[in-house]
Design a protein around this ligand. Structure first.
Ligand code: 13P
Length: 261
């Protein structure tokens, strides 16, 4: 069975003090949660203090991006090894904002994803189509190319250190959530693409999240879909109330299938 995973992507928000306060509240309020993995992705400067604060808790810390080299003359970059050193256990890679504003290509995402796993972190690999691509029926082609790039160096043994996040670009920060059926259909296609690459037992154990305007209002409907294994949450992760509600929704989907847990 796949354990749902809820990750808060804070993007470029929160000072160290604000991040510590939010992380501490989340830690306290999800302390009793079972069978759902929870992580938050603060800005780089907050990773170490927040990871320290969460050290004895069930909440993990993620980076939002990294470089693929481990060290050297790469001004301004952060390596997965240094994220691990700071206490992160996950790193997001290929987020559409990175692809759109910083030119991260499918090849770059593959290099970064491999480096993240090599540094013993789990890679949260983001894929997703734009509105124009969906309108032109290119969703599957685009995602196939994103997966080909992202997984180019990843072996089937390494898949336990991968989570995929399906984030349709048109749904991010817009309030236009994909319908639960749209999200389920595309995520099922992603699983099919991965099963062609690695075999279905491997693809069946890999977790695939949905991201894009997830809120306490829509979380349960989305997370109840059979192929959707959690959420990558942006705006709603910046308030403890809404983030914790989404974690609770995930626990309800687990409780709905007690026989297999
Ligand atoms: P929103 O939840 O704000 O739409 O952001 C989604 C996202 O980009 C998470 O990585």
């Amino acid at each position: 069975m796949r354990t749902p995973i809820i990750i808060g992507n804070w993007k470029l928000n929160n000072t160290i003090a604000e991040g510590l306060a939010l992380a501490t509240e989340i830690k306290n309020r999800v302390a009793a949660t079972r069978h759902v993995d929870v992580a938050i992705a603060p800005v780089f400067t907050s990773i170490a203090p927040i990871a320290q604060r969460l050290a004895d808790s069930s909440v993990s810390v993620a980076g939002q991006n990294c470089y693929w080299e481990s060290s050297g003359a790469w001004t301004g970059e952060v390596s997965p090894q240094l994220l691990h050193d700071a206490g992160a256990r996950y790193c997001i890679v290929g987020h559409s904002e990175r692809r759109q504003y910083y030119g991260d290509t499918n090849v770059d995402v593959g290099r970064k994803a491999f480096a993240i796993i090599d540094a013993t972190l789990t890679a949260i690999i983001c894929v997703g189509e734009t509105h124009a691509e969906r309108t032109n029926n290119q969703t599957n082609d685009i995602i196939q190319k994103q997966i080909d790039g992202a997984f180019s160096a990843i072996s089937s043994q390494q898949l336990t250190h991968v989570v995929v996040a399906y984030e349709p670009v048109w749904a991010i920060g817009t309030g236009n959530t994909a319908t639960p059926d749209q999200a389920q259909t595309t995520i099922a296609s992603i699983r099919t693409i991965l099963s062609k690459r690695y075999g279905s037992p491997q693809a069946d154990t890999l977790r695939i999240q949905y991201g894009g305007s997830v809120s306490p209002k829509n979380a349960l409907d989305i997370l109840s879909k059979p192929d959707i294994d959690g959420a990558l949450v942006g705006g709603a992760s910046l308030k403890a109330d809404s983030f914790v509600e989404i974690v609770k929704a995930a626990t309800l989907t687990v409780a709905a299938t007690p026989m297999v847990r």
